[in-house]
Design a binder for this molecule. Structure first.
Ligand SMILES: Nc1ncnc2c1ncn2[C@@H]1O[C@H](COP(=O)(O)OP(=O)(O)OP(=O)(O)O)[C@@H](O)[C@H]1O
Ligand SMILES: [Mg+2]
Length: 285
């Protein structure tokens, strides 16, 4: 059996009834996102090697692995910003394998932390209004009745509130926000699409410990709003947030399981976590 075909729950002991129940849920029910046999080659390099991954509704599923393992490539394949050489992709039961990136967003697959999605000179509120309007079914209609404007403002303010954006920052140009607040805005813009799946590629990158802790809290507070695929090097955040973790090495998933299962997986320790397992958040339990 190849490593990426191993049973999801195989091996390690479960840490409690809640976890056991969740693992059972993952075994049954319809996935929000299912990638089957994805392959991506860059010349002779196989960056994504027959990768199969399931994301259940509302789940936070982290993908970890060493530099160059293929994590960002995977995000690109899922988002549609890179074409796969082989494999299939299902979103909420629909085949989106050949769907263009922008249509995947409309279908419910959003990606956060693309700073290019933010109109830097526009205010935070204007950015939120545009995002809400773009996804409320009406498209970018500029000649809308005033009643609809109120709904848009309400939705934009509600989104800002949910994502913990400081109300005093709403009138500021987006590019003048502190780093952490920009991340919140990007998160809010991604959620405006009301995605069923949200892809997060290193949301904590470049953040200090305080900002990382706040963003971890924010993602935690969004649990259940969308299934989230979280690529992240910050192991403390990963092990706190993830329902399940998949470990990617040389383009292949070598293990998928609960944080406890992954922490105790011999192959994972050998292939990847060896050094990082010694740091306190992972060694704690
Ligand atoms: N556009 C590209 N052309 C050629 N090779 C690429 C391209 N993008 C990625 N690669 C290679 O594919 C492999 C996987 O890269 P990828 O960026 O997906 O890794 P990663 O897991 O995201 O790494 P990191 O943790 O450093 O972000 C690497 O060997 C990388 O050099
Ligand atoms: Mg990367």
């Amino acid at each position: 059996m190849s490593p990426d075909r191993r049973p999801r729950d195989g091996g390690a002991a479960l840490s409690g009834e809640g976890v056991a129940q969740r693992q059972e849920d993952y075994a049954s029910g319809a996935p929000a996102l299912h990638a089957q046999g994805l392959v991506k080659r860059f010349g002779a390099l196989v960056a994504t090697d027959n990768l199969t991954l399931t994301l259940m509704p509302g789940e936070i599923h982290a993908v970890i692995g060493p530099n160059g393992a293929g994590k960002s490539t995977l995000i690109h394949l899922l988002a549609g910003t890179l074409p796969a050489d082989a494999g299939a992709l299902m979103l909420d039961g629909a085949d989106i394998t050949r769907m263009a990136a922008h249509r995947r967003v409309a279908a419910g697959l959003s990606r956060s932390y693309q700073i290019t999605n933010v109109f830097k000179r526009f205010s935070v509120l204007e950015n939120l209004l545009l995002a809400v309007q773009a996804h409320d079914g009406g498209g970018l209609g500029f000649w809308r009745p005033r009643a609809a404007d109120h709904d848009l403002y309400d939705a934009a303010h509600a989104l800002a509130h949910e994502c913990g954006i400081d109300p005093d920052h709403l009138k500021r140009a987006a590019d003048t926000l502190p780093h952490g607040e920009q991340r919140k805005l990007e998160f809010a813009l991604a959620l405006a699409a009301r995605p069923s799946v949200l892809l997060l590629d290193e949301p904590m990158a470049g953040m200090g410990p305080d900002e990382t802790a706040r963003l971890t809290d924010l993602i935690e507070s969004m649990r259940g709003r969308a299934a989230m695929l979280l690529v992240e090097h910050d192991m403390e955040a990963v092990f706190r947030l993830a329902d399940r973790i998949s470990v990617l090495v040389y383009g292949r998933i070598i293990a998928t399981g609960t944080p406890d299962q992954v922490r105790n997986d011999a192959a994972v320790r050998q292939a990847y976590l060896g050094d990082e397992m010694d740091v306190s958040p992972l060694a704690a339990t």
